[in-house]
Design a protein around this ligand. Structure first.
Ligand SMILES: N[C@@H](CC=O)C(=O)O
Length: 391
């Protein structure tokens, strides 16, 4: 084979953690009618540890059967959910202990803290709290140690639940490619140019007459997000805080006529001399921090390899590679010398799976496993409180 295989791997059959005692944890999806909400529904259908029991959305959708409220985008809506009545995004109406939020930032700002205050473990995709000092911004393989912020968050905010965020989708792709290199060699400067799929803009998203046969060199708010979130993601946790890495990042964000898969062209400057061969070797060997690799291997959503390196001269390509690791791997190729910085490469990943719903689900799986440093007893506390509410 000329390069590493990027074929989708079959779903893992992972035994549930003993703490679940053979039962799946009920979970709710907030913003269930939108594109990312629907991706949560698809990925969680048949999940061995989680069962979607509640769907919530805006006042406009609340009270309607899910099949009427949501214009389903890919494949078929799971039959068992068609008649489920959509709930309002209110913790008094939604009972599940674990909540996946696909809410737009206009709603997430009030709704997500309300659920965390009401004892729920909230996994957010929205931008609102990503940069808050007490909120973990997580990509498990990159910075799982930052989950330790939860202890301080719950104390400071007086929440019986907690809030965990995942990163913007294009940052996720870039950060996964850069984390192994930062750990091994120390990165000082990054130039990033994205080619982002239309699904990143949600549904109905970018008008077809704007994007067909076109590329748009602007995505609102995207460039500052890439620059700021990258510094937090690659930062270090200690003494109850994350110290952002002093990395200089310059980003260009572009929308292109691709359905799924964000591509990021990266030029990287290191603190010392690093060759393309060093970079390829570090990427191929990387599985994430030693302390959680065993936990990741037991997570149903974790790919066998978070980074798939290809030596093919014309890859990665969204059309061919976007489903690597069932959409959870980032495919990296074109690793070569850079005349301006040191090394350049191209990273591509599934924006609505690894970059959104799949990333949140993996965060939740690691929490359920109690992967350290998840605060001891967090899951038992949250599910115990939910059982008490139900009785
Ligand atoms: N802002 C991104 C979505 C990912 O978070 C995009 O527009 O593609």
């Amino acid at each position: 084979m000329p390069h590493d295989s990027v074929a989708p791997t079959p779903p893992a059959h992972t035994p549930a953690p003993a703490s679940l005692r053979g039962k799946r944890i009920p979970v709710a999806i907030l913003g269930a009618t939108g594109a990312v909400g629907q991706t949560f529904v698809r990925l969680l259908e048949g999940h061995p540890w989680f069962e979607v029991t509640e769907l919530a959305a805006s006042e406009r959708s609340a009270g309607r059967p899910y099949h009427e409220a949501a214009r389903w985008i890919e494949g078929q809506m799971p039959a068992r959910l068609r008649e489920v009545q959509v709930l309002p995004c209110d913790p008094a109406a939604v009972r599940a202990p674990i909540v996946f939020s696909a809410l737009d930032s206009s709603a997430a700002g009030d709704v997500e803290p309300a659920f965390a205050a009401a004892g729920r473990l909230v996994f957010s995709n929205a931008k609102n709290y990503r940069m808050a000092a007490d909120v973990p911004l997580l990509i498990p393989e990159v910075n799982w140690s930052h989950v330790a912020l939860l202890e301080k968050q719950r104390m400071l905010r007086g929440w019986s639940g907690a809030l965990i965020t995942n990163a913007n989708c294009s940052v996720t792709v870039a950060a996964m490619a850069l984390a192994p290199l930062h750990q091994a060699f120390g990165i000082e400067r990054v130039f990033a140019a994205t080619m982002q799929a239309v699904s990143g803009a949600g549904y109905p998203g970018v008008p077809s007459l704007d994007i067909l046969g076109n590329a748009i060199p602007y995505i609102a708010d995207e460039e500052p997000k890439i620059e700021e979130e990258m510094r937090k993601l690659l930062g270090t946790y200690g003494d109850g805080a994350v110290t952002h890495t002093p990395l200089r990042v310059s980003a260009h964000a572009n929308r292109v006529a691709v359905e799924h898969g964000h591509t990021v062209c990266l030029s990287v400057g290191f603190a010392r001399r690093v060759s393309p061969a060093d970079v390829s070797e570090a990427l191929r060997a990387w599985r994430g921090p030693d302390g959680i690799v065993g936990f990741l291997e037991a997570c149903p959503s974790a790919p066998a390899r978070p980074i798939v390196v290809t030596d093919a001269p014309d890859r990665p390509q969204p059309r061919r590679d976007v489903n690597a690791g069932r959409g959870m791997s980032v495919v990296v190729g074109r690793v070569r010398e850079d005349a301006l910085l040191d090394v350049k490469l191209v990273a591509m990943g599934h924006n609505t799976i690894r970059g959104a719903a799949g990333g949140s689900i993996l965060n939740a799986e690691l929490c359920v496993m109690g992967a350290p440093p998840v605060p001891a007893g967090l899951l038992a506390e949250i599910t115990g409180a939910a059982a008490a509410r139900a009785s």
